[in-house]
Structure formats: structure tokens, C-alpha cells
Design a binder for this molecule. Structure first.
Ligand SMILES: Cc1cc2nc3c(=O)[nH]c(=O)nc-3n(C[C@H](O)[C@H](O)[C@H](O)COP(=O)(O)OP(=O)(O)OC[C@H]3O[C@@H](n4cnc5c(N)ncnc54)[C@H](O)[C@@H]3O)c2cc1C
Length: 486
């Protein structure tokens, strides 16, 4: 079928205002929030904006018929190149499917379309006494469908868990265009846990068209403390000590000196500029316990070297402290023209040693590195600052970030805490997974998507595409049995 005929069919499914294919219209969809220097920009053949699950299904059937790749996309705030059209194809943008369909307080769930913005869901639930707990720093822009795709995290995931802990069920259009429901309002459903498989699959197994989310009750009381430490090491020890004392903050975030300076210049959040590191600690729950834990956390921070501990007195003060943290990536423009954001996780006790290693690498590679991270989860975000115009700098950044990832994996950590693998980190998967592990993942992908049309080139490293799985299995088996594979 020629291009004009495909366009016509797409228009018949979603209407003329739901199909984009002029180069100027497509330009914005050639990128997501990952760094263009590393992920590149990739031109989809068509961008389609459906309004219903039936339309999504019809688009997918058409893509199958004409053999075009399908790439699901929410707001495009992903940081791993997950929503890029690497092989062209149809980019299915879910932002017009943005209705909250049902809120059921008695059974504790809401059903929403995938294009609902994360913060708008919590804002809508708030007057009823609830919120949606996963809160990525991008929550003002990112969609619930994207959160499901990336199994996103956020500051409050320390206490409440990441996206997968808040998804009860999903309506999904599979790569053959069939529509299924997984899970449901009852927490324990029998059979294979397809919801668990689909959350975090980064749009490689299907398109989520409805999401049943768990409602979380708003806490009775909230308190936010800011503790200023002389350096990252003492703040890291403070972090471990708070958790070891049996206190589970709702959030426990750390920012280093470089980040504090950038945030202060850009947003005037009231962070002490001279601090080597600050901890932002949010405690929530019953009033009495929050009051008691606020005092204990302040004491623990002082015992570990904090020279200033400030407790926000009003909601406005709390919001200002959080604004600084949630806008920290945006503030980096003050420090350098480019930054590469690393997303990795180490066991909490390895934080001080990991931060020392990051500092060493910063010196070794002559690159400034700012740090802002979910310290409570051990989820690091070193931001390697650079200037893409300087010769050799991009290569140095790549070497440096690879070293950081390698170190984190070596100390028992993993490749991503929340941003996903996408295209950008797929070739690092071999650092963490064995051939057998990757074959199992590729086998799963193949059972959902035998034609490899769904978000191709993502998550699995090159060499582990569906077609190669049989070969790898045989090689792995031969190796295990000590046989030569020919
Ligand atoms: C400033 C900034 C701060 C950020 N902070 C955080 C953070 O604290 N925590 C965090 O986890 N992330 C963070 N992110 C990354 C990103 O915002 C999140 O991963 C977010 O969940 C992506 O949502 P999105 O709607 O933009 O998805 P997109 O970027 O459009 O897509 C992300 C992935 O999900 C897939 N996808 C999207 N919609 C669907 C669907 N309906 N069905 C199936 N697959 C789908 C896509 O194919 C892609 O693989 C941040 C990003 C920025 C720019």
C-alpha cells in the first residue's frame, strides 16, 4: 500500500485532525527528553492521535497489514529514548485519551485513560482525600501510560513503592490488534500476572488504553525538613541512619553543592548555598507520629554532621522546598550547555563509596558531575555536565557514564532506578543479565510480538532480537553442556 493510501486509511480511523505527516508537524516527535547527542532524532512516518481504544486497535491492525512499526508514546518526557521511532513507522500518541473514567473510593481504585497527566490525576483525587502515589519529577507533564511503560518512580516511592505497586489492572491492545484486560479491582487474581509483565515493558508488548490505578489515602499530617551537611558522605551516612532507626520517610532526597547552587540561582528555593549537600526529608502519617519522627530525624541529621536543620512551617514553605528538588534538572542549564543524566541504583549502604567513585571519575575524566537523587532508595542521578561543541567531550562523557554504570552494577546495583532502558541503555543489559536471562525476555517479547513491529530496537540489546533467540538458546545450551557450537 502506498503512503497516500495508508494516510487515507489512518484518517478514516481517527479523522483528519488526528494524523500528522508533514515534516514540520513531525519534527517535535523525532525526539523525546533523552539527550539528542546520544539518542539521536528519528523520523516517524506518521503520528496518529487516537481518542478511543477501538481506534488504537484499528491503527495496530493497519500497521500489521502494511508491516509498519508501532511506537506508543505519552508526553515524550522519557529519558532513555523509549518513545523514539527508530525504524520509522506509526507513532501512536495517547495524549488525547485523557479522561478519568471512574473513581471508586469504596473499592479503592480509579480507571483512567493513558493520556491523563500524573499530577492532574492526584489533583482530581485530592478533594476526595486520595492521591496517586508515584510522583516523577516530571509529573506536571508525564502521562499515566508513560508511567506504566517505564514503571516510573519518584520521591514518594521510597515509602509507597513504584508504579507497579499502584496498578491493579490494564486494558491493552496487543500487537495483533486484540484488546485484553489484565488484573482487576481484586488484589489477588489467578493465572499468569500479565499486569506485572506489562508494567515496565516500555511499550514493547502492547499499547495500554486504560489503567486501573490504586487510590492512596492522603496522610493526616505531613512534615518536610531540610538538613544541610558539609558533604555528600555525611549526608549519605545520615540517610542510612534514618532508615536504620526504623523511620520510613515518605521521601528522602539528596542534592549536592553544584545542584544546590544551580537550583538557588534558578528558583530561589531557600537552600543554604554553602552546604556540601542537603537532605530533603518528608515524613507523613498520623500527626503524633509525624511530630515525634520529625524531632528524631532532626537529631539523627545533627548527629551525622548537619549544621542546619530547618522544618517547613507552612504548606507554601513545603512546596517551595519541593519546587527546588523537582526543578533541579531544569536548573542544570545554569551550569553547562549539555548534561547527560545517569539513572542507576545501588544498595543504600553502598551510597558513600559510590559517591566517592563518582567524584574520582569526575576528576579522572575532567568532567563536572552534579548529583541529585532519591537517596532513600539508593537511586542515583549523576548529571555529567558537558559541552557537545568541544571536540572529544561527548566520547569522554560516554566513557565516564559507562564507568559509573559498571561500578554500580559491580557493587550490587542495577542499570536503571526508574527511567527505563529504552534505546539508550539496551546494550548495557549484558552487564546485568546472562544470555539465558536475555533469551527468556526475548522469548516473552516474541510470544507477544512475533513480527517485531512493536517499539522495535528497545530494551533488549542488539543480538537479542526475537529472530536470534533460538540461536542464542542453542549456543547457551551447548556452552552449558561443554559442547562446541557449530
Ligand atoms: C525533568 C524530568 C524529570 C523526570 N523525573 C523522573 C522521575 O523522578 N522518575 C521517573 O520515573 N521518571 C522521571 N522522568 C522520566 C519520564 O518523565 C518518566 O519516565 C515518565 O513516566 C514518562 O512518561 P511519558 O508520558 O512522557 O512517556 P513517554 O516518554 O512518551 O514514553 C515512555 C515509555 O513508555 C511507553 N509508553 C508510553 N505510553 C504508553 C502506553 N499508553 N502504552 C504502552 N507504552 C507506553 C513508550 O513507548 C516509552 O517506551 C523525568 C523526565 C524529565 C524530563
Amino acid at each position: 500500500m502506498d503512503r497516500a493510501a495508508i494516510r487515507e486509511r489512518l484518517v478514516s480511523i481517527v479523522g483528519a485532525d488526528g494524523v500528522l505527516d508533514r515534516p514540520d508537524e513531525l519534527l517535535v516527535y523525532e525526539y523525546d527528553a533523552s539527550d539528542e547527542v546520544f539518542a539521536g532524532h528519528h523520523h516517524p512516518d506518521f503520528v496518529v492521535l487516537p481518542r478511543t481504544a477501538e481506534q488504537v486497535s484499528a491503527i495496530v491492525r493497519l500497521a500489521n497489514e502494511v508491516g509498519l512499526p508501532v511506537i506508543p508514546r505519552g508526553a515524550g518526557t522519557g529519558l532513555a529514548g523509549g518513545a523514539l521511532a527508530l525504524r520509522g513507522g506509526i507513532l501512536v500518541v495517547l495524549t488525547r485519551m485523557n479522561r478519568i473514567l471512574e473513581v471508586n473510593e469504596r473499592d479503592g481504585y480509579a480507571v483512567v485513560e493513558p493520556g491523563v497527566i500524573n499530577l492532574e490525576l492526584s489533583n482530581a483525587l485530592q478533594p476526595r482525600g486520595y492521591f496517586f502515589a508515584p510522583d516523577p519529577a516530571s509529573q506536571r507533564a508525564c502521562t499515566i501510560g508513560g508511567n506504566v511503560g517505564n514503571n516510573s518512580g519518584g520521591p514518594h516511592c521510597l515509602k509507597y513503592g513504584v508504579t507497579t505497586n499502584h496498578i491493579l489492572g490494564l486494558e491493552v491492545v496487543l500487537p495483533d490488534g486484540e484488546r485484553i484486560w489484565t488484573g482487576g479491582p481484586v488484589p489477588e487474581t489467578p493465572g499468569v500476572d500479565l499486569t506485572g509483565v506489562l508494567v515496565g515493558s516500555e511499550g514493547t508488548l502492547g499499547i495500554v488504553t486504560k489503567v486501573m490505578v490504586r487510590l492512596t489515602r492522603l496522610p493526616e499530617a505531613v512534615s518536610v525538613l531540610l538538613a544541610a551537611f558539609p558533604d555528600i558522605e555525611s549526608a549519605s551516612h545520615g540517610t542510612s541512619a534514618i532508615i536504620a532507626a526504623g523511620i520510613l520517610p515518605a521521601a528522602l532526597e539528596m542534592m549536592d553543592h553544584l545542584t544546590i547552587k544551580a537550583v538557588e540561582d534558578a528558583f530561589h528555593a531557600g537552600y543554604p548555598r554553602e552546604a556540601g549537600a542537603v537532605l530533603l526529608v518528608e515524613l507523613d502519617g498520623l500527626q503524633e507520629i509525624v511530630t515525634e519522627n520529625t524531632t528524631r530525624v532532626a537529631e539523627i541529621c545533627r548527629q551525622h554532621g548537619a549544621w542546619e536543620v530547618r522544618v517547613a512551617r507552612t504548606k507554601e514553605e513545603r512546596d517551595l522546598l519541593w519546587l527546588g528538588r523537582k526543578s533541579a534538572f531544569g536548573a542544570m542549564g545554569r551550569l553547562a550547555s549539555n548534561y547527560y543524566l545517569v539513572d542507576t541504583t545501588v544498595p543504600r549502604t553502598k551510597l558513600p563509596a559510590t559517591m566517592r567513585r563518582v567524584e574520582e571519575l569526575s576528576r579522572e575524566y575532567k568532567l563536572s558531575i552534579a548529583n541529585v537523587f532519591h537517596a532513600g532508595d539508593g537511586n542515583l542521578h549523576p548529571l555529567v555536565l558537558f559541552d557537545r561543541q568541544r571536540p572529544g567531550e561527548v566520547e569522554r562523557v560516554l566513557e565516564c557514564t559507562t564507568e559509573i554504570l559498571r561500578y554500580c552494577v559491580d557493587v550490587g546495583g542495577t542499570l536503571s532506578g526508574e527511567h527505563g532502558i529504552g534505546f539508550e541503555k539496551r546494550d548495557y543489559m549484558t552487564l546485568v543479565f546472562t544470555t539465558e536471562d536475555l533469551c527468556a525476555m526475548a522469548g516473552l517479547k516474541k510470544s507477544f510480538d512475533p513480527r517485531e513491529l512493536f517499539n522495535p530496537e528497545k530494551v533488549l540489546p542488539s543480538g537479542f532480537r526475537c529472530a536470534e533467540v533460538g540461536l542464542f538458546r542453542q549456543q547457551a545450551l551447548a556452552q552449558r553442556l561443554g559442547l562446541e557450537y557449530v
